[in-house]
Design a protein around this ligand. Structure first.
Ligand code: FES
Length: 220
């Protein structure tokens, strides 16, 4: 006698009593549709928590990263400073040829720098000023290095609008205070490079520098 068998609405297959497959091909089918992917096929993670799919993703991203870096390197590399620019990062100045009362102008990082050998009289002029009365209060000692009070190293850039002041070269106008004079709008700096008169808001900037010997400094 023919018995009715339950119908599985999900898989559209007849299965045997209690919903179990009862023929060879049904068992094969049920086995195929219920089989879980093995860890190595990219299903659940294996004991170490890594699936093959994870590995493939990581490997693909790694190759993409290496490839991207290889393509980008020439563009990144050309943004590095060239050898001549790196050489300009610091400048050495031989002080032995600068006599008391003289100054020289050099270039550091595309900016003019004044290096001045102050006479004892010029140092005295700078030291007798009441610092509290200055627009940008600084002593000469604060603007020079210990044991080298006669060496005044400043940027040759007016702090008003960036003109190059006069006074470094022989015979140039040194302004009302014997230091530097900016003719653009009339700023006067004293023998310590401090603003004394005119629109400049602050003293000439002292760049970073170091004595490599008593007669050699490195700026930068
Ligand atoms: S730029 Fe020097 S006074 Fe204006």
């Amino acid at each position: 006698m023919l018995r009715a068998r339950p119908f599985c609405p999900l898989r559209c297959l007849y299965v045997g009593r209690y919903g179990l497959p009862n023929s060879k091909w049904q068992k094969a089918y049920m086995s195929s549709v219920t089989q879980q992917p093995s860890p190595v096929d990219g299903g659940e993670a294996g004991p170490d928590g890594v699936r093959r799919r994870d590995f493939i993703h990581v490997a693909t991203l790694s190759f993409a990263g290496v490839g991207g870096a290889a393509v980008a390197w020439p563009f990144i590399n050309q943004m590095n400073p060239s050898a001549d620019v790196r050489a300009m990062a610091t400048v050495e100045v031989d002080l032995s040829a600068i006599l008391p009362g003289q100054a020289i102008k050099t270039i550091w990082q595309s900016k003019p720098v004044f290096v001045r050998n102050l006479t004892p009289a010029e140092q005295g002029e700078a030291n007798k000023v009441n610092v509290a009365s200055l627009r940008d209060p600084q002593t000469l000692a604060q603007r020079t290095q210990e044991g080298h009070a006669n060496w005044l190293v400043t940027l040759g850039v007016c702090t008003h609008l960036g003109c190059v002041p006069l006074g470094a070269a022989e015979g140039e106008n040194r302004g009302d205070y014997g230091g530097y004079f900016c003719p653009c709008h009339g700023s006067h700096y004293d023998t310590a490079g401090r603003i004394r008169k005119g629109p400049a808001p602050s003293n000439l900037e002292v760049p970073a520098y170091a004595f490599k010997s008593p007669t050699l400094i490195e700026i930068g």
